[in-house]
Design a protein around this ligand. Structure first.
Ligand code: DX5
Ligand code: ZN
Length: 220
């Protein structure tokens, strides 16, 4: 895998100063910062909004990847675009009925569009929106919490997604893995076609974040 992207999630960091936490992750070698935005409706937890995203975007020079685990993503994408996020990723399992339209709107706002697939969600949906999607976020936990057990076997889903995207002529669309990613499962996921690894607790609870990031990058 060329240029494997390591995107630490700040979910497990000190929410009192996520700008500082993000800056430290950047200094530790992170390629992106992954923001787990939760609204307490789509998932039971409430995390942070576009105001925090804006502060984080101002504190780093690397891309910020907003993972919107929210019930009504169309209500929020403009604010996260204005905040400076590079990627805005939405869930088709949310209440949003017009996923195709919202993905197009994210692109109109000048951001890259991501589609997150929960563990039980079929990748078939990609057939009808592939040209609009810059990133597919494969959930390897059921969303809502950090530090959960990685759901095994999702490397097979990555292979199917890669095949769908390549068949649609979308060879440049990135496949990102999100949930319980660590040194024990990264290799299989990268070999299956993942080019972005989101990792929260493995990195943010490690003694040396730079070592944890380098360890994940060694699987490229
Ligand atoms: C879960 C989040 C993930 C995840 C990252 O809803 O989307 O980003 O929690 O944290 P770890 O790597 O600890 O699962
Ligand atoms: Zn996430």
């Amino acid at each position: 895998m060329k240029n494997l992207i390591i995107a630490p999630s700040v979910l497990g960091c000190n929410h009192g100063d996520l700008s500082q936490a993000s800056s430290e992750l950047q200094n530790a070698g992170a390629d992106w910062i992954h923001l787990d935005v939760m609204d307490g409706v789509f998932v039971p937890v409430l995390t942070f909004g576009a105001g925090v995203a804006s502060a984080i975007c101002s504190s780093v020079s690397i891309p910020v990847d907003a993972h919107l685990m929210v019930d009504r993503p169309a209500d929020l994408i403009e604010d996260f675009a204005k905040a400076g996020c590079t990627y805005i990723t939405i869930h088709p399992e949310s209440s949003e009925k017009h996923i195709h339209r919202v993905l197009g709107r994210i692109k109109e706002l000048g951001c890259k569009a991501g589609l997150a697939l929960n563990p039980a969600t079929s990748p078939e949906i990609l057939k009808w929106v592939a040209p609009l999607v810059d990133l597919v976020l494969v959930m390897t936990v059921n969303p809502g919490y950090g530090g959960q057990k990685h759901i095994l076997g999702m490397h097979e889903k990555v292979t199917v997604i890669r095949r769908i995207l390549d068949k649609a002529g979308c060879e440049d669309t990135l496949i990102s893995i999100d949930g319980g990613v660590d040194s024990s499962n990264a290799s299989k996921l990268v070999n299956a076609g993942a080019s972005v690894l989101v990792s929260g607790s493995y990195i943010t609870s490690s003694f040396d974040q730079a070592v944890a990031i380098d360890t994940l990058r060694s699987f490229e």
